[in-house]
Ligand binder design. Sequence first.
Ligand code: SF4
Length: 425
Amino acid sequence: MGNYRSTDAVAPLSMAILAARTPEDIAVRFYDDKVEAIPENDSPDLVAITVETFTARRAYELAAGYRKRGVPVVMGGYQPTFLPDECLEHADSVVVGDAEGSWERLLADFRTGALRRTYEGGNERPLDDAAMDRSIFAGKRYAPVVPVQYGRGCRFSCDFCSIRAFYANSIRARAPQQVAGEIGRLGPRKLVFFVDDNLFNSRPALDALLSAIRPLGIRWSCQISIDVAKDELLLDRMAEAGCVFVLIGFESLSAENLRQMRKPWNRVSGDYLSVVGKLHERGMAVYGTFVFGYDGDTPQTIQRSLDFALAARLEIANFNPLTPTPGSPLYDRLSSEGRLLLPKWWLNPAYRYGDPIFTPRGMEPEDLARLCFDAKRKFYSWRSISDRIFGANAGFDWFRAGAVGLANVISRREVMRKQHRELGV
Ligand code: SF4
């Protein structure tokens, strides 16, 4: 988000995908602004930057530096896909949608001096060619997880989320054996993190993946929709295949809020406490995320959610003020209702991370921001962290205690560092 290094960065697979698709006679140099300083005076032939809403200001600033030195800049990712015209004010060319295919075309055009302004990558190409050049990550200080992608897209369409707008109805998965082969080649035992936005897009697809990776004997984590907990046999299979950490978007304890966010299905697996219990029983730690600012939210609902997170002994949690991002139905709705306080907040120098961006109905905007941060501070107090590390969710296990401890310390640090930070600086 700015010119500083973070401790929870995960290696970005998008860049490994680009590197693998770059012809061998083109030298590739990769810098990750999250974990290292970007050189200020280099002059490559071409620069490619991946951009999302929170990183847009920083990306535009970096692009300006290169373009001043006469280096053309290409942008890809969520921001160029949703706001290509904005990005084209800062770049020579943008890639909309997937990079596979469009990146190769872009490089071929660049060689002949015919770089186009826009390249359409679409979102329907099968994920059968999973070539990835991870050598570009060598020597960089990332969080101790190895990212792996099984598929793209999500069968749901929560209104605050831009995944659906990016992939539409396209839900793709790689061949499970190909994924298992890739993990097997990653070397000694590592904690694998499936970066898919929702690993549970269909039972057969998840089942096939579990069968393929179980013999590997790895430990892994993922982001997954809560309805997976409706199927206890599937939870058993996940645990047997090595799942030790799941991120679940609980979002709200209120049925009315869930309905408004197009996530009423979040209640199909029963009450949240029993869901967490089922996961803990199987040795899976839970990262629960909550979002506040829907019409039924008041200061009390934030407190209740914090109480729930502590009582349920969630290993990690996040309490975020609703953040309307371009591409999400929420952004369009709040914009049409005239409720956005900072319409282009990602470009606004007055915006600080965690600030309210719109007017909620159940509290003052400033209260929404303050109470969400308060909830994070309380959840990540040292005392609360210690309770979680030494608590007895699934019996004491050194691996679990170490992983939970590390994840909490890193989360606490990032929560404190990010809050009130101006984007881009
Ligand atoms: S389930 Fe998750 S990934 Fe899917 S639309 Fe909802 S928030 Fe987005």
